[in-house]
Design a protein around this ligand. Structure first.
Ligand code: ADE
Length: 235
């Protein structure tokens, strides 16, 4: 998978060199390029924003640097049909299902807005030559798209085949089957007076699977009842 990121804070994404995604980059499973939007400016101050037409608080990102930065990225990829994602609190909400869908894309381009957002013509123009999606991390406002893109890339990247060594570990996680994950324990069997649930030490795989399923349903009912399907049997 190829990933391009356009941002005014390229060092934000240095953290992607760490851990599993760092290894995926090194091995070539994920090819990641971070582009500084200011490299596509041509004035002495490398200006990327200006006051909004119509008035109002804050600044809006100018279209010209975005056009030039995206020209450079999209121009050389006609075969792979890139998908351009603009993180925005006004977008569709990012979910595990969307992460799975995006993990199958050959080329993702993320455009990180700041300030009051990007001049809307950038979305319209980009949509005339590539698929475009506005995606929100959730119903709250961040200072810019960078944190949202980091979260999305982590969620998407780990679903790219080969990135996580044991694919089974992807299946038994919160949201993969629509429920929250069951609680996990490791040694010692008792810690600070707290025992591990005895069923987990029983060696009875059927009983363990039943207990885990019950835990998933109970947890989901307590914390996220909105996720429970109407026909979910009682735990
Ligand atoms: N930029 C600012 N807030 C955001 C959010 N909630 N999701 C994605 N991008 C954002």
């Amino acid at each position: 998978m190829r990933i391009d990121i356009v941002t005014i804070f390229p060092t934000f994404f240095d953290a992607l060199d760490l851990s599993l995604l760092g290894k995926a980059k090194q091995s070539g499973l994920i090819e990641l390029d971070v582009h500084d939007l200011r490299d596509s400016t041509h004035d002495r101050h490398r200006t990327v924003d200006d006051t909004p037409y119509g008035g109002g608080a804050g600044m809006v990102m100018k279209p010209e640097p975005w056009g030039e930065a995206l020209d450079g990225i999209l121009g050389d990829d006609t075969e792979e049909e890139p998908l351009v994602i603009f993180p925005s609190p006004a977008g569709e909400v990012f979910t595990q299902a969307m992460a799975r869908e995006l993990a199958a894309e050959p080329h993702l381009v993320f455009g990180c807005g700041r300030y009051e957002g990007i001049d809307h013509r950038v979305f319209d123009h980009t949509a005339s030559r590539a698929r475009v999606r506005l995606v929100s991390l959730g119903d709250y406002v961040l200072n810019g798209g960078e944190v949202a893109v980091m979260a999305m890339i982590e969620a998407i990247g780990r679903l790219v085949p080969g990135v996580v060594g044991n694919p089974e570990s992807l299946v038994e996680e919160s949201h993969e089957d629509g429920l929250l994950e069951y609680p996990s324990y490791t040694k010692p069997a008792e810690w600070r007076g707290l025992p591990v649930p005895p069923v987990l030490l029983s060696g009875n795989h059927g009983a363990i699977a039943t207990w885990r399923r019950q835990q998933q349903i109970e947890r989901t009912r307590e914390v996220r009842p909105d996720l429970l399907p109407a026909d979910e049997p009682d735990a």
